[in-house]
Design a protein around this ligand. Structure first.
Ligand code: ZN
Length: 162
């Protein structure tokens, strides 16, 4: 069973990291606790929150829903905690999901994205992915490389600590 997440506003950076790793992660800027719990229950999602009230709810304490309360304020440490607890995979699905809206990205040909990317990118990149929802185009440029480097540094840190 694939692990998926429901994240509330106090762990937003963490949501982006999880999407970067390819995990289905719903992020809610404004949601009340009951609604978050209802969605997690319905869709079998792990709740990530820094709201201690949610952790006290019966559906959480009796194990019907899994919820994790990140201890640290630092998103990297939060990710480490969640990844360790759930044994997440850092590499398998990197960059398969839109960072903005969580949709699964679709492969696109150069011609498909010609009008959507800067000319320099079009000349130098062969592979593209696009979000079917917000239409944002992703390619393996410098931003991508930076995120990949950060993720891999993190993965080797974690391996070292385990
Ligand atoms: Zn999108």
């Amino acid at each position: 069973m694939e692990i998926s997440f429901a994240v509330d506003s106090n762990a937003g950076k963490l949501a982006r990291w999880l999407r970067m790793m390819g995990y289905d992660t719903l992020y809610f800027k404004n949601i009340d606790d009951s609604e978050l719990v209802r969605i997690a229950l319905r869709e079998n999602r792990v709740i990530l929150t820094r709201d201690t009230q949610i952790m006290k709810r019966r559906v959480v304490t009796n194990g019907q829903i899994k919820a994790i309360l990140p201890q640290s304020g630092d998103p990297r440490e939060q990710l480490y905690q969640v990844a360790t607890e759930l044994n997440l995979d850092y590499r398998q699905r990197q960059f398969t999901r839109c960072l903005e809206c969580n949709q699964t990205l679709l492969p696109r040909s150069k011609e498909d994205v010609k009008e959507l990317v800067p000319p320099y990118v079009f000349r130098t990149q062969a592979q593209y992915m696009q979000c079917p929802n917000c239409l944002r185009v992703y390619w393996r440029g410098t931003h991508w490389q930076r995120m990949k480097t950060a993720l891999e540094a993190f993965a080797s840190d974690s391996a070292g600590q385990q």
